[in-house]
Each structure stands twice: as structure tokens, then as C-alpha cells.
Write a protein that binds this ligand. Structure first.
Ligand code: UTP
Length: 275
């Protein structure tokens, strides 16, 4: 059973400067809820109850968000505003939060390795909160847990992207399994390839289920594209043993790490509230 979810949230969020100078990117709100809260809600919906968050300098607001603010509670108790805290209160009561800092930002793979002390020797989920996912059926992570239960190996969520965008993503190649039209056994993975070098247009988005042997692999993974330790390079080692499944999820993903994606998500959720 997967119970733990890792949230790498140490990145600088430079595409949102100056907003992210003193505010974590993960705390930017889509409507009234910060990005990371959507991620934690998705994890809880998937049945996970232990949130492990990788933070860095200037990210304390994340810890405060998932804690009780006694002064605020006291001020709004019994007023018409009290229900605005219901969702976050309920979330806090359903799960635990632990934190560790990534001292140097050496990439997503390094951030995940930093989480080893919080995860231990068990399979775990990873959510990149700046990829905001929504689905009319099960949440994306819940769909992935079902795939994990069947294949018992690492799972990456994928989406077809325009070929000219391959240089922004990890891209996979693979073969469909078990007569499905959405589940591939991965044969190759490349981090941010030029379109001319990309094996396909199937891009990895910010949802993973990883088996704990990934930590040993990450320990020896050399810096790759951009001089960062890439999770894609570590996953390729598992893929060579046939131990990575790519799953084309049902639902929608917004790249809230970019201004365009963030605005698109905001409009989408706003229109949804207006029915
Ligand atoms: P991104 O590259 O999208 O995030 O990393 P960033 O570096 O914060 O953003 P920009 O490009 O400067 O605008 C994907 C995810 O990995 C985390 C980020 O916080 C983000 O959730 N990350 C990345 C880390 O936790 N540590 C790192 O060293 C790098």
C-alpha cells in the first residue's frame, strides 16, 4: 500500500519573479487555494496520508499553511468567514506533514534523493505541485495507484504534447501492454530532447510512483541536462530492466510553472465555479 507522497518544492520558480522572490511558487493561488494544497488534496483522494515536502530557503510559508493559525482561528470563530477555513482544516486533520530542506538546488532527481530520510524503504508517490491536474473521474494519482497495483514497478504519468515542445519535458518511448491503449512499458527516456532527437511526443508530467531502489540509482546518477541530477536519467536505469510503466492519464493538466499555464488554470477553475 502506498501511503507517502513526496512534494519537491525547493525550486526557485524564476519564471514567476518577482512574485517568487519571497513567496514560494507552490503557494501561488489558483483562485483562493495555493497550488500545493491542490496537490495534497489529490494525494488524500488517492488514499495517501503522509506528506513529505522538500523545501528550501524562503519556503517557510508552506509549513505555516499546513498548520493551525491560532490567532486567525480566534479572530474568525463564529463569523461568516469561518467556513473559508473548513477545507484546509479537514486536510490537516487527515494527514501528517514532514519537511526537509534541499540545501543546494541540484535538480529534481537530487530533490527526490533528499526525501529518502522521509520516505524510507517503500514505494511512494511524487507530485510536482506546479503541474495542476484535474479529472472528472478518479484523480490522476488515484488512476496511477491502480496501475501500480497491477504492475508493481515505477509509474510515470504521460501526456501527448506538440512535437515542438519536447525540449521542455522528459520524453518516453515504449510499447503498449496487455492490449491497453494507454499503458506502455518504457524502453527509452530522454530529458528535454530537441524535437529532431525526441523518440516520441509522449511527455512525462509531474506525477510519479517510484519504487525505493530509485534512491540507490540516484546516488550514483551523474548530473545530466542543465548540469542537474535528472529523475529521467535514474528512471532510465529502471526502464532498462523493464521496470517503468508510462500511463496516459485521463484528465487535464495545467503547467502552472509557466505564466500561460497558470492563467489557463485560473480561467478554467473560475469558469467551473460559475457553473
Ligand atoms: P522546475 O524547473 O519546473 O521548477 O522544477 P523551478 O526550478 O522552481 O522553476 P523555474 O524554471 O525556475 O521557473 C520542477 C519541480 O521540481 C522542484 C521544483 O520546486 C518544481 O516543483 N525542484 C527542482 C526542486 O525541488 N529542487 C530542484 O533542485 C529543482
Amino acid at each position: 500500500m502506498i501511503k507517502k507522497c513526496l512534494f519537491p518544492a525547493a525550486g526557485y520558480g524564476t519564471r514567476f519573479l518577482p512574485a517568487t522572490k519571497a513567496t514560494p511558487k507552490e503557494m501561488l493561488p489558483v483562485l483562493t487555494k495555493p497550488l500545493i494544497q491542490y496537490g495534497v488534496e489529490e494525494a488524500v483522494e488517492a488514499g495517501l496520508n503522509t506528506m513529505a515536502i522538500i523545501t528550501g530557503r524562503g519556503k517557510r510559508a508552506i509549513e505555516d499553511h499546513f498548520d493551525i493559525s491560532y490567532e486567525l482561528e480566534h479572530q474568525i470563530k463564529g463569523t461568516s468567514k469561518e467556513p473559508l477555513l473548513n477545507e484546509i482544516r479537514s486536510l490537516i486533520s487527515q494527514c501528517t506533514f514532514s519537511y526537509t530542506r534541499q540545501v543546494e538546488m541540484k535538480g529534481l532527481g537530487h530533490a527526490i534523493l533528499t526525501g529518502e530520510t522521509l520516505i524510507g524503504n517503500e514505494p511512494f508517490a511524487v507530485i510536482l505541485a506546479d503541474d495542476l491536474c484535474t479529472s472528472t473521474e478518479d484523480s490522476v494519482l488515484k488512476q496511477m495507484i491502480k496501475v501500480y497495483e497491477k504492475y508493481q514497478c515505477s509509474i510515470v504519468a504521460i501526456e501527448e504534447i506538440p512535437m515542438e515542445d519536447t525540449s521542455k519535458y522528459g520524453v518516453i518511448a515504449g510499447n503498449l501492454v496487455d492490449g491497453t491503449d494507454d499503458t506502455y512499458r518504457v524502453t527509452d527516456m530522454v530529458e528535454k530532447p530537441d524535437p529532431k532527437d525526441a523518440p516520441t511526443n509522449m511527455a512525462i508530467i509531474g506525477r510519479y510512483i517510484l519504487t525505493p531502489d530509485i534512491f540507490d540509482i540516484l546516488r550514483t546518477t551523474k548530473p545530466g541536462k542543465g548540469g542537474e541530477i535528472q529523475i529521467t536519467d535514474a528512471l532510465l536505469e529502471q526502464a532498462k530492466q523493464g521496470k517503468v510503466i508510462a500511463y496516459r492519464f485521463k484528465g487535464k493538466r495545467f503547467d502552472c510553472g509557466s505564466v500561460d499555464g497558470f492563467v489557463e488554470a485560473t480561467n478554467y477553475f473560475y469558469n467551473k465555479t460559475k457553473g
